[in-house]
Design a protein around this ligand. Structure first.
Ligand SMILES: *[C@@H]1O[C@H](CO)[C@@H](O)[C@H](O)[C@H]1NC(C)=O
Ligand SMILES: *[C@@H]1O[C@H](CO)[C@@H](O)[C@H](O)[C@H]1NC(C)=O
Ligand SMILES: *[C@@H]1O[C@H](CO)[C@@H](O)[C@H](O)[C@H]1NC(C)=O
Length: 610
C-alpha cells in the first residue's frame, strides 16, 4: 500500500475529523461490518426468485490518485468477475475521496461500470449513508422551514410502530417534549432540484455541523422533481443516487442483454463546521448554505482527477426560448413562464421521469421562456420540457448531440399541449402536484409538530385515513361553478375500494362530436380509475379505465406527487346531454392500505368543428 503524505500545514481539527471519516470509510472498504456508514447497492438478478441483495461494495485495491500540498485524492476499487456472480452486484466500483487544503470536509464520488455481456441485474437503490453519534446530534436541518430538534433512534425503538414500521408514534422519548409526535423519515424527503444541502448539528456548548452538500443533480435519476430521502432520525445523513421510493419499479435501474454502462455518481461534499458557543448553533445552517453556494459556483469541479468527470471546457450548453401554442387560450404564442426544460437520454415523450442510467441536466425558464442549460456532458440527448399551467410533456423533435464546447441555439421552440376543443370546465391547476386541493388536518394524536401551520401540511402522517373520516357516509360530490377546488376537492390519498367521486356539471349547449376529458394524475399507487358519464352503475362497462396503474407509493411516503400520468379520453357526445350531467370517477382497486391516486388536474373539452 502506498503511504499518505500528510502535510502539517493542512492540519486543523475539523480537517483531522475529515481524515478520520475517510479512514473509517477505508476500513469500511475492506470489511462488510460497517454499521455506522455504508455505500451500497441494493440489487437482484431478475428471474431468480426475487432475493434482494445488499452489496456494500467492499473494495480490494487502494490507490493514491493525487497527493500534493493542495489536494489528496484516493481511490478504492473492486473489479467484478464471473466468480462473484450471485454474491456481488455485477459492477466494477471505483470509490473516490478527496481532501482539499483549507476545506473542512471531504468530497466523494463513485464510478460504477458494467462490461458488455455481464449478467442481467435490477438495482433498486444506490446510496451513501452516514450514521452519526445519537448522543451528540439532535438538531436536523434540511431546508429553511424544515428543521427541528429530532427524536433519537432509541425513541423510535421504544415507540409504537404505526401503519408501517417507518412511521413511529413516540410514546416514551428521552426528550419529553417530543412525546406524542410521529416520526417518519419520508417526511424529510426532497425533490432532486432542492436536494443540495442537509444535515445535523450537535447540541453541545461548541456545536459542530455535519452536512451533505450536492451542488448538482446531474447524476440523480428521474428529473428535477423526483423525490428521495435526505437526513432523518439515526441520526442519519443519506445521499440517494437511485431508488424506487417515489416511483416504484417504473424507476428501477434495469440492465438486460449484457448492456454495458458507466456512470459517475457525485461528486458530493461532506462538510463539517463548528461554532464557538451554543447561541451560534443556527449559524452553522447558514454557513452550510453559504458553503453550498460556493460549491454551486465551482461546479463542475476542476479538481476531480478522473477522465470520467469532464471539466467545464469539455462540456457544452443548449439554449433557446420555449413558447406555448394553445389557441383556445390565446391566438398568439404564449411565453412558457418558469417551465422546466431539461436534457436526458433519448426516449419517449416524458420518459425522463423514469430514466435512471444517464445524466440529466435541467433548468427553469425565465418569465419569457428563455433557458440556458449549462455544463452538459458530451452525449446524445432528448430535450424535454413541461410548463406549469399546461398539461402534458414537450419533447424536441430531434436528438441533441452535445460535444465539448458546444453552444447549441434552439432559437424558438413551441410546445402544443394536448387540446381538442374549448374548456367547458376544469378542476385544479395543471402542475403535477395535488398541493392546491383540500388537505385534511392530521389526526391530532398523530402529528409531527414541524408541519403544523406549515406550507407542507401534506407531509403529516395518516392523511390517507382522513378522507374516510370526512366522507364516511357519502362520497365526494363536486359541482362545477359552485364548488371550490381548494375546499371541496380532496387530495385523495387513500380512498376506499369502490369510492366514486362525482363531478356535476351543466352543459348550456350540446353538440354532436367528440368531447375530450383530460385527466392528469399527480400520483398513482395500485389504483384503477374508471370513467363513466351519466351512469352511476358500476356493473356497466366504463367509458374508460386506466387499468391497474402506479407503484409510486407517494401516499404512504407523504408526497404530494409521484409520477405524472396524463390520460386524454374520448367522450362521444352521445354520453352527454344538454343541461345536467354527472361524471363518475371510480377508484375500483383496493388490495392493501395505500392504494389510490392523487389528481393533478381534470378538464372537459368541447368538440371542435360543426
Ligand atoms: C475474480 O475476482 C476474485 C475476487 O476479487 C479474485 O479473487 C479472482 O482472482 C478473480 N478472477 C479472475 C479470473 O480475475
Ligand atoms: C442518438 O440516439 C438516438 C436514439 O437512441 C439514435 O437513434 C441516434 O442514432 C443517436 N445519434 C447519434 C449521433 O449517436
Ligand atoms: C343533476 O344530477 C345529479 C345526479 O344525477 C343530481 O344529484 C342533481 O340534483 C341534478 N341537478 C339538477 C340541477 O338537476
Amino acid at each position: 500500500m502506498e503511504k499518505l503524505r500528510l502535510n502539517p500545514k493542512w492540519v486543523s481539527s475539523l480537517w483531522l475529523i475529515s481524515v478520520v471519516f475517510v479512514l473509517l470509510f477505508f476500513i469500511g472498504a475492506s470489511s462488510e461490518k460497517t454499521p455506522d456508514r455504508y455505500w451500497d447497492v441494493v440489487w437482484y438478478e431478475p428471474g431468480k426468485g426475487g432475493d434482494i441483495n445488499i452489496d456494500k461494495l467492499p473494495c480490494t485495491d487502494f490507490r493514491v490518485i493525487k497527493s500534493d500540498e493542495e489536494q489528496l485524492e484516493i481511490s478504492f476499487t473492486r473489479k467484478w468477475n464471473i466468480s462473484l456472480r450471485g454474491s456481488k452486484a455485477p459492477l466494477n466500483v471505483d470509490k473516490r475521496f478527496i481532501l482539499r487544503r483549507g476545506l473542512s470536509g471531504f468530497y466523494y464520488y463513485a464510478i460504477l461500470e458494467r462490461e458488455k455481456g455481464w449478467p442481467d441485474v435490477d438495482i433498486d437503490q444506490t446510496r451513501i449513508v452516514f450514521k452519526l453519534q445519537q448522543e451528540m446530534f439532535h438538531f436536523m436541518a434540511i431546508t429553511d422551514d424544515r428543521q427541528r430538534i429530532m427524536p433519537m433512534m432509541v425513541d423510535r425503538e421504544s415507540g409504537q410502530a404505526l401503519d408501517y414500521p417507518e412511521a413511529v408514534l413516540l410514546t416514551n422519548p428521552i426528550n419529553k417534549e417530543l412525546r406524542g409526535e410521529v416520526d417518519d423519515k419520508y417526511q424529510y424527503s426532497m425533490e432532486n432540484k432542492d436536494n443540495k444541502v442537509h444535515g445535523w448539528i450537535t447540541t453541545d456548548d461548541t456545536p459542530v455541523g455535519f452536512w451533505m452538500i450536492s451542488p448538482s443533480d446531474e447524476f440523480r435519476s428521474g428529473g428535477p422533481t423526483s423525490q428521495d430521502l435526505t437526513s432523518h432520525v439515526g441520526p442519519i445523513v443519506i445521499n440517494m443516487f437511485t431508488s424506487i421510493h417515489y416511483g416504484g419499479k417504473e424507476i428501477n435501474t434495469e440492465f438486460r442483454n449484457g448492456e454495458a454502462w458507466k456512470k459517475v455518481l457525485g461528486p458530493s461534499l461532506v462538510y463539517l463546521n463548528s461554532a464557538s458557543s451554543k447561541d451560534k448553533t443556527l449559524t452553522l445552517w447558514t454557513d452550510a448554505k453559504t458553503q453550498m453556494d460556493r460549491e454551486v459556483q465551482q461546479w463542475p469541479y476542476n479538481f476531480i482527477n478522473s477522465e470520467d468527470f469532464p471539466k467545464q471546457d469539455q462540456r457544452g450548453s443548449v439554449f433557446g426560448q420555449l413558447k406555448v401554442n394553445d389557441r383556445f387560450i390565446s391566438e398568439r404564442l404564449m411565453d412558457a413562464d418558469s417551465a422546466y426544460v431539461g436534457l436526458a437520454a433519448p426516449g419517449d415523450v416524458g420518459s425522463f421521469q423514469i430514466e435512471t442510467k444517464g445524466y440529466q441536466f435541467w433548468t427553469r425558464t425565465t418569465k419569457t421562456g428563455s433557458f440556458v442549460i449549462k455544463n452538459v456532458r458530451v452525449g446524445n440527448y432528448s430535450l424535454y420540457a413541461w410548463v406549469p399551467g399546461f398539461i402534458g410533456n414537450y419533447q424536441y423533435q430531434y436528438n441533441i448531440i452535445v460535444m465539448p464546447g458546444s453552444k447549441i441555439d434552439l432559437k424558438v421552440i413551441v410546445y402544443e399541449p394536448p387540446r381538442n376543443g374549448p374548456t367547458l370546465w376544469e378542476i385544479g391547476i395543471p402542475d403535477r402536484s395535488a398541493a392546491e386541493f383540500f388537505i385534511p388536518d392530521p389526526n391530532p394524536t398523530l402529528m409531527n409538530k414541524l408541519f403544523n401551520n406549515h406550507p407542507d401540511k401534506f407531509r403529516q402522517y395518516g392523511l390517507w385515513e382522513r378522507y374516510g373520516d370526512l366522507y364516511r357516509n357519502r362520497d365526494l360530490k363536486y359541482t362545477i361553478g359552485v364548488s371550490d377546488h381548494t375546499r371541496d376537492w380532496n387530495i385523495g390519498k387513500k380512498t376506499y375500494e369502490g369510492t366514486t367521486w362525482q363531478i356535476i356539471f351543466q352543459l348550456e349547449s350540446w353538440k354532436t362530436g367528440n368531447y375530450k376529458l383530460q385527466l392528469a394524475l399527480a400520483s398513482a399507487n395500485g389504483a384503477e380509475i374508471q370513467v363513466r358519464f351519466n351512469d352511476a352503475d358500476r356493473a356497466n362497462r366504463a367509458l374508460f379505465s386506466t387499468g391497474l396503474i402506479g407503484k409510486d407509493n407517494a401516499i404512504a411516503r407523504h408526497g404530494i406527487h409521484g409520477l405524472y400520468k396524463l390520460y386524454t379520453i374520448d367522450v362521444p357526445s352521445s354520453r352527454l346531454q344538454k343541461g345536467n350531467n354527472t361524471l363518475y370517477l371510480t377508484q375500483s382497486r383496493h388490495v392493501g392500505a395505500f392504494e389510490g391516486v392523487m389528481y393533478d388536474y381534470i378538464r372537459l373539452e368541447g368538440p371542435t368543428g360543426n
